[in-house]
Design a protein around this ligand. Structure first.
Ligand SMILES: Cc1ncc(COP(=O)(O)O)c(C=O)c1O
Length: 462
């Protein structure tokens, strides 16, 4: 029994009132020591302007993409939908701490309470809102794990837009229930690569058995949106405005840590394109840039080690080279990661804001093998009860590494992690893990060299 704990130290959940929902998003651009590199037009090599992006995005989001304002007001209509599940709970992981016998304190912010089950609707609702406001009637998007596709279909349903989802084929096959969820909210979903776009057909012609990747699915969704006036493109991660919308997570967590009478020494999140990590970390990085000491750790799969082994370069955001060029850590736009079960982490690049923060030494990254990650997920489920999404399990594994390092150093640290989603639609992955069928894949050096050849000749960052 835990009879010795008193006051905030004995509490498990730290909850905010609905009235405490953040009313502004935090824009880290205005605090960054080095400004991120401009996004370039692939034809001219010159920075893109609003007109280049207008076929794909509403003006309000294009404005947020380049905004230098420290804070951006959240529209009332968006706040009203957020209030269906926000503020999300912050937990003290007492039982996990006991299970591993650490001297450190572990907290987690739980984004799995949203209707689709992850952090993704924080931006999906905002993107659907601005598109509707500017007269679009339909959105096209990609999805890896299915979390983003279901979040966007949920947002489109509530706001009143049509939605088309290109779902990475391996996830489409691994997660039939995610497909049904997307359909339940009224969206159309097809496996990617598909026969419905030129990009998809070209890839299928060369690789009929392609498992797909986020890069391929993005090509299909961009092509769909660019070809229709009524349709805009929505991206679930990577872009500045997406990371901006996620900062409600970290702002709430700052207030909740205060309720707990604590402040983190370590902040941990998993990184696919970088949005949930940024959502938690950016408001804390604001404190770090202002002088507080915080170790900020990004966790990624060894099969797709963008931050730990990728190069910082200009590259396309998609496989078919339809997007502008962004300066980021990349493994090359035609890299197709092994079909690991954390589908949402299978992306060749990462958010440019995160890349720049990494170059400036404000964050660090580690890469893990999937059997180690699932072992940590099962340990977490067995102590805290929540069955995590395989993506989020990378953050759990990173948290356990940070706690172990603190114990070995004889230190007591406060660790805060983002639990970005639940894994209720990922049971096939757990089945494979229990059956000993999960393959540990670390990216092969030869394959990395091959994939990086695809960026030769592109502009180099200043
Ligand atoms: C639960 C969950 N966590 C994390 C991610 C990774 O995306 P990001 O790095 O943008 O948070 C995904 C992506 O699909 C996801 O579904």
């Amino acid at each position: 029994m835990q009879q010795t704990r008193t006051g905030a130290a004995s509490q498990t959940k730290f909850l905010l009132e609905e009235s405490q929902l953040p009313r502004r998003w935090y824009n880290i651009r205005c605090d960054m020591p080095t400004a991120p590199q401009p996004v370039l037009h692939p034809g001219t090599g010159q920075p893109v302007g609003p007109d280049d992006l207008a076929p794909l995005f509403p003006m309000e989001l294009i404005g947020q993409e380049v905004s230098e304002d420290a804070e951006i007001p959240i529209p009332e209509e968006v706040l009203e939908i957020y209030s269906l599940w926000r503020p999300t709970p912050l937990y003290r992981a007492h039982r996990l701490e006991e299970a591993i016998g650490t001297r450190s304190r572990i907290f987690y912010k739980y984004e799995g309470v949203s209707p689709p089950g992850s952090h993704k609707p924080n931006t999906a609702v905002a993107q659907a809102f601005y598109n509707k406001k500017e007269g679009r009637t339909r959105l096209a998007t990609e999805t890896g794990a299915g979390q983003w596709g279901s979040a966007l279909s949920f947002a489109c349903k509530l706001i009143g837009l049509e939605c088309k989802v290109y779902m990475v084929r391996v996830s489409y096959e691994q997660k039939p229930a995610r497909r049904s969820m997307i359909k339940a909210w009224g969206a159309e979903v097809v496996p990617s690569p598909s026969e419905e776009t030129q990009s998809g057909r070209a890839i299928l012609a060369e690789h009929p058995d392609s498992p797909g990747s986020l890069g391929i699915a993005i090509s299909e969704a961009v092509e769909d949106a660019a070809g229709r006036d009524d349709t805009a493109y929505a991206l679930g991660s990577v872009l500045n405005h997406v990371l901006l919308h996620q900062t409600v997570i970290g702002q709430e967590a700052l207030a909740q840590m205060e309720l707990a009478g604590a402040f983190p020494d370590v902040v941990v999140g998993c990184v696919g394109g970088g949005s949930n990590f940024a959502g938690l970390a950016f408001p804390f990085l604001r404190e770090k840039i202002a002088g507080r000491e915080i170790d900020v750790l990004a966790c990624e799969p060894a099969a797709c080690p963008t931050l730990t082994r990728g190069v910082f370069a200009y590259d396309f955001g998609d496989t078919s080279m339809l997007t502008p060029l962004v300066a980021m850590h990349t493994l090359g736009h035609d890299f197709v990661p092994a079909p690991i079960h954390a589908g949402g982490l299978r992306y060749h690049g990462v958010a440019p804001l995160i890349s720049q923060l990494m170059l400036d030494g404000l964050i660090r990254a580690e890469a893990y093998l999937q059997n180690d990650v699932f072992a940590s997920a099962v340990l977490f489920a067995g102590s805290e009860g929540i069955l995590p999404a395989p993506e989020a399990a990378h953050a759990i594994h990173g948290t356990l590494q940070a706690a172990k390092a603190a114990d070995e150093a004889g230190e007591e640290r406060t660790i805060l992690m983002n639990l970005s989603g639940h894994g209720h639609f990922d049971m096939a992955a757990y089945d494979n893990y229990f059956a000993g069928k999960l393959e540990d894949v670390a990216l092969d050096e030869g394959e990395m060299e091959r994939a990086l050849r695809s960026i030769e000749g592109l502009p180099t960052p200043a």
